[in-house]
Design a protein around this ligand. Structure first.
Ligand SMILES: Cc1cc2nc3c(=O)[nH]c(=O)nc-3n(C[C@H](O)[C@H](O)[C@H](O)COP(=O)(O)OP(=O)(O)OC[C@H]3O[C@@H](n4cnc5c(N)ncnc54)[C@H](O)[C@@H]3O)c2cc1C
Length: 413
């Protein structure tokens, strides 16, 4: 049974970023995950360092538009009714957080942590020599209907009030910036401070290599449970047991399956999302372009074009929904014109608490077990800063930002 300063459970972008931060600060760290680093939800996302994305899915417009969103077949949101009925509390809390007051509170908390996202990520990019994977061309959001563009106004104003930098583009400017768009553009907005990653799985792989180079250890085992015993945490896996002074649960949407961690008592759900990959088609766009009405992004990547997004409320074990992939292909062609057959499709699991805020901090009742999950649509963006905050907490230091909103022991609605 080896003994470490810190054990990090889960090698997604959040876990690997945490492990690298802690190793860079000189701690003896073990990362535990049976899967390859960054191969889970962290691999298939829309690649965007979305520092502008402080508005949660919990938005008052969700309540007013709910019937249309749920009953239409051509919408970016789909709900498994069986799943919703089995988990009514998560759904009710999620909807309760769509009311104006909680939605504003959530947006302010997200804006607060997003303001530190680059400061958490950039040192890792530098330590990992991964600058070649990062592209700084901003992000463009387009709406193809007048109603959609007008509907976005309130949210854009809220973002500006929260310090997000965005610039209105004329439809002509947007078309000139992204000539591959085949939509009729009613409104376009540029977020110049956003960046994107040419291959998020490769980014996490580079962070992982830097972690090993710093002397970090990796155990390819599945964690079953954790237990605090005095000044140590015992982490039991399917093959072994490891002890550490502190343990971090960073297993994304699967965190609640690790018993004894406190995560099993939190209302962690998942917003499932999909992507399609089109090799050789990366030049269709020059930066991530989000289509408001479509609910997805077109992203130029190292190995092709990725269409990624949509939200499906369903369980972790339900099979992929072919209808959602057909939606992406159909709407992708509306956005970009005819596309060849994709070479691959993917389903991923955004870890989402009902208030769309991550859990970052000590597990309720523990001074040894930390939680670092629930990053919903923003894990790639917030992995770095989460790692820095968790390392501060593990060292007994006060993070240089207010993290009260992310307390795992908070009320969720
Ligand atoms: C379609 C889509 C688009 C997205 N676009 C963006 C975007 O553009 N920008 C952005 O910032 N975010 C985006 N996201 C969100 C982002 O991808 C996630 O928030 C992020 O990947 C979550 O990272 P994670 O490390 O928490 O979880 P994961 O990447 O899921 O990693 C969890 C790890 O834990 C491991 N694990 C699970 N159980 C155990 C166990 N018992 N023992 C040990 N290990 C275990 C898994 O094997 C996995 O490696 C998107 C998500 C989706 C689905």
């Amino acid at each position: 049974m080896s003994d470490y300063d810190l054990a990090v459970i889960g090698a997604g972008v959040v876990g690997v970023s945490t492990a690298l931060w802690a190793a860079m600060r000189g701690h003896r760290v073990v990362l535990i995950d049976p899967a390859a680093p960054g191969s889970g939800t962290s691999s298939g996302n829309a690649c965007t360092i979305a520092t502008y994305a402080c508005l949660p899915v919990n938005d008052p417009s969700v309540l007013s538009g709910l019937p249309g969103l749920l009953l239409g077949s051509n919408t970016p949101l789909s709900v498994s009714w069986g799943h919703a009925l089995r988990h009514p509390l998560w759904m009710l809390r999620f909807l309760a957080n769509c009311r104006a007051k909680p939605s504003s509170r959530i947006a302010a908390a997200l804006a607060g942590v997003l303001a530190h996202a680059d400061a958490g990520l950039n040192p890792l990019i530098e330590a990992a020599g991964a600058g070649d994977l990062v592209v700084a061309r901003g992000q463009i959001s387009v709406w193809s209907t007048r109603a959609g563009g007008q509907g976005a106004e309130a949210g854009l104003i809220r973002r500006r009030d929260l310090g997000v930098n965005w610039q209105e583009m004329t439809p002509e400017q947007a078309q000139e910036a992204e000539p591959g768009l085949r939509l009729s553009i009613a409104r376009a907005v540029h977020f110049p401070d956003a960046r994107h990653i040419r291959d998020p799985e490769a980014l996490v792989g580079r962070f992982h290599a830097a972690f090993l180079a710093q002397g970090g250890a990796h155990l390819s085992q599945r964690v079953l449970s954790v237990a605090q015993q005095g000044e140590r945490v015992v982490i039991s896996t399917d093959a072994d047991a490891v002890t550490a002074r502190r343990a971090v649960v960073a297993a994304g949407a699967f965190s609640g399956r690790i018993t004894g961690s406190g995560a099993e008592n939190l209302p962690l759900g998942t917003e499932r999302g999909y992507h399609l990959m089109f090799p050789g088609e990366a030049a269709r766009v020059t930066r991530p372009v989000g289509w408001g009405e479509g609910g997805f992004y077109a992203v130029p990547m190292a190995r092709g074009l990725r269409l990624a997004g949509t939200v499906e409320i369903a369980g972790l074990d339900a099979p992929a929904n072919a209808g959602r992939l057909a939606y992406l292909k159909r709407r992708g062609q509306e956005m970009l014109g005819p596309l060849p057959d994709p070479d691959s499709s993917w389903l991923g699991f955004r870890p989402t608490l009902p208030d769309s805020l991550p859990a970052i901090g000590f597990a309720p009742g523990s001074d040894r077990i930390l939680h670092a999950f629930g990053h919903q649509h923003l894990g790639l963006t917030l992995g770095g800063i989460t790692g820095r905050i968790i390392t501060d907490l593990a060292e007994g230091r006060q993070p240089n930002q207010d993290i009260a909103a992310f307390d795992p022991g908070r009320a969720f609605s």
